[in-house]
Design a protein around this ligand. Structure first.
Ligand SMILES: [Zn+2]
Ligand SMILES: [Zn+2]
Length: 261
């Protein structure tokens, strides 16, 4: 069986992504309650008992809500880099968990999944994206990033499926009631990626091997599903990439499931 990918939940209320090979299942981030994760896994025919690890991208609250229970109740190993673990020090419960440390830039294995964490620009201690590979297939996951750096583009460009933040529509953000400082943070180099920037990067790196794109971490106030979808669809079409399916992700329900063709 090929790699399987499903975004169990995405947005500022909680992020959690499921990736599995025939023999190994993992989660990227645990930002939903363990109960919600269990329920959503059941919906796609999986279970927490099969999960061999959670890889944490960074310490922000929308990525960590379920971690304590995932370890204490289900004995699931948690993987993070030193900066992220340091970033959790204010939350004594979480810092005290048994962490498996990975190094940003160095690949590691969980079962037959090869996981490569790489640095992304975002206002956390040591934020990373992941490329997860099994055999000839790979998935790239980057849900919080201010700008698409050369490193991010390089890492994502050979993936068969990409989960990428398409956070906001810049006009909707500027017209929103949010405080000026927050707007500046979101728009900044270490904030969140807009629809137009996500779309432009995807159009630039897409090739024949890219089958599926999931647009993730949509702002509930400053974005709309159809606006984000159209931005990426139009950019891919302009670049001649009409073979790529664009799927959406949701705060309260699972996404479509992608399986490598
Ligand atoms: Zn974040
Ligand atoms: Zn986030």
């Amino acid at each position: 069986m090929s790699l399987r990918l499903c975004i169990l939940g995405s947005g500022s209320s909680g992020n959690c992504t499921y990736v599995a090979s025939a023999t190994t299942a993992i989660l990227v981030d645990g930002g939903l309650s363990a109960k919600a994760i269990a329920t959503r896994l059941e919906k796609i025919g999986a279970s927490l008992e099969q999960v061999k690890g959670v890889c944490l991208s960074h310490e922000h609250s929308d990525h960590i809500a379920g971690l304590k229970t995932l370890q204490s109740k289900y004995a699931i190993p948690l993987f993070a880099n030193e900066g992220t673990i340091q970033g959790l020090k204010n939350s004594k419960d979480l810092a005290a968990l048994a962490w498996q440390k990975f190094q940003t830039g160095s690949a590691f294995e969980i079962g037959d999944l090869n996981i490569e964490p790489f640095s992304v620009p975002h206002d956390a201690m040591e934020p990373v994206g992941f490329v997860i590979t099994c055999g000839a297939e790979s998935i790239g996951i980057v849900t919080d990033l201010g700008i698409p750096t050369a490193l991010v583009r390089e890492r994502l460009k050979n993936c068969n499926a990409i989960v990428l933040e398409s956070n906001h529509d810049e006009e909707m953000l500027m017209n929103s009631q949010r405080p000026w400082q927050l707007k500046q943070r979101i728009l900044g180099r270490q904030g969140h990626l807009s629809n137009v920037r996500a779309a432009a990067m995807l159009a630039e790196i897409a090739g024949p091997h890219l089958q599926r794109v999931f647009l993730a971490h949509l702002s509930s106030e400053c974005n709309r599903q159809d606006v984000a979808w159209r931005a990426t669809r139009d950019a891919l079409a302009r670049a001649g990439h009409t073979h790529i399916t664009i799927s959406m992700t949701f705060p309260n329900q699972v996404s479509e499931i992608w399986t490598a063709a």
